[in-house]
Design a protein around this ligand. Structure first.
Ligand code: FCB
Length: 412
């Protein structure tokens, strides 16, 4: 299939509309003040119009599994029809849909009865995949998993996300099952929709030693890079998952997923400085610091546009076309948001000029929403959100993004 350069925005269903049937609904108490968040579930047509106003030609969104399959033996036909309707509206507006199948949340029944460390969990997810892909044959871009490592670290090592487990063996089992589920989902999607492009959205971070000349800090930055950035990339490219926890024996698993990736989604936000600290778990302290004078976001993350180039070069090593599936800033300062966009899109221009195979850029996010474990204060939206009146209002960054896209329409 021919590909135009995709200029878009990215969202996830749960962060925009919640779901009474999802594991996260009762997980984070902060979430409960606005359980329907932006009410996108019912107001989606209004929000899809905003895409048109922005002038984007692509939209990344997710399907909320718990809405579609609220009970293990019950499919919600209305939710399925709603997804078909969304795709139809986007197609009519010539906006390319990019659909994420797993974006952190699950139906409650899934996480209580199966979850990812259980092999049977994988089969349940694949049944969902088959059902929705079958219903949406005209969708060309699918993302099986959003940020598998963020989910695995949160859900299986830190216990900060459902299922809230802190156990290395379960972590490895879940990692393996997720990768295998990706491989089978890849095959299912291709069998139903041979032209489709299937990818994973991988969160990548620039890790840097806090004290540049300190050997321990350097070592930590290297290890973090290896496990956080590289292990998933290498597993997808070579079908070999390698993990080594300190003191434990190295684990190597051969998985039937080699080359099952049509594009790599890269979610890039920031750089993290690592410092050895003898009294912290694993001797590791993570620091956010404004080293280059670009400032920090409202979430304290360092703004580091240059790091996006470094990240894309690193990701390009697996030789797969790339799409920047997320890049964004939480700030109430509109000028800062516009500057962030300019800095990162300039970097993208540079990368394209140098020949990196990048097929699209998605700003995170369309409208302010619920942010995982943070709540409603992280303002990522190009549109701001009034949670009482449900009014969506264009910020100056929205028209600036439209302008940047228009200027680059020659990419298409
Ligand atoms: C990413 C998530 C996305 C959003 C941004 C800020 O890690 O994929 O859902 O929360 O961070």
């Amino acid at each position: 299939m021919t590909h135009k350069f995709l200029w878009g925005v990215a969202t996830s269903a749960f962060q925009l509309e919640g779901s009474p049937y999802a594991d996260w609904t009762t997980w984070d108490l902060k979430f409960q003040t606005h359980p329907d968040v932006t009410h996108h579930y019912h107001l989606y047509q209004k929000d899809l119009k905003l895409l048109k106003d922005l002038g984007v030609n692509a939209y990344r969104f997710s399907l909320e599994w718990s809405r579609i399959q609220p009970e293990e033996d019950h499919w919600n036909e209305e939710a399925l029809r709603r997804s078909q309707n969304m795709v139809r509206i986007l197609r009519d507006e010539q906006i390319e849909p990019l659909i994420t199948l797993h974006h952190f949340t699950h139906p409650k029944w899934f996480i209580e009865k199966y979850a990812w460390h259980e092999t049977r969990g994988k089969d349940k997810f694949l049944t969902f995949v088959e059902r929705v892909v079958n219903d949406l044959p005209e969708v060309r871009y699918w993302i099986t998993f959003n940020e598998p490592l963020v989910f695995l670290l949160g859900g299986y090592l830190e216990g900060s996300m459902p299922p809230g487990i802190c156990d290395r063996i379960s972590f490895i089992r879940a990692y393996k099952n997720i990768l295998e589920a990706h491989g089978t989902a890849y095959d299912i999607i291709h069998s139903l929709s041979p032209e489709a492009w299937v990818g994973v959205a991988h969160n990548m971070v620039v890790f840097s030693p806090y004290r540049r000349w300190n050997l321990l800090d350097q070592f930590l930055a290297k290890i973090a890079h290896h496990y956080y950035n590289r292990s998933l990339l290498d597993a997808l490219a070579n079908g070999l998952l390698q993990i080594r926890f300190p003191v434990f024996k190295k684990i190597e698993l051969k998985l039937p997923i080699r080359g099952k990736l049509d594009f790599l989604g890269v979610n890039y936000y920031t750089r993290i400085h690592l410092r050895f600290h003898p009294f912290r778990p694993m001797g590791l302290e993570l620091k956010h610091e404004d080293r280059d004078g670009h400032g920090l976001t409202d979430m304290g993350w360092e703004i580091h546009p240059r790091g996006m180039e470094q990240t894309l070069w690193e990701a390009s090593k697996i030789g797969c076309p790339m799409i920047i599936t997320e890049n964004g800033i939480a700030t109430r300062d509109h000028q800062k948001k516009a500057k962030f966009l300019k800095g990162h899109i300039d970097t993208l221009d540079k990368c394209l000029k140098k020949g990196l195979d990048i097929r699209g850029y998605f700003y995170w996010s369309l409208v302010d929403h619920y942010e995982w474990l943070i709540g409603f204060d992280a303002k990522f939206g190009l549109y701001s959100m009034n949670y009482d009146t449900l009014e969506r209002k264009a910020t100056p960054a929205a028209s600036f993004y439209s302008y940047l896209i228009k200027k680059r329409s020659h990419f298409q």
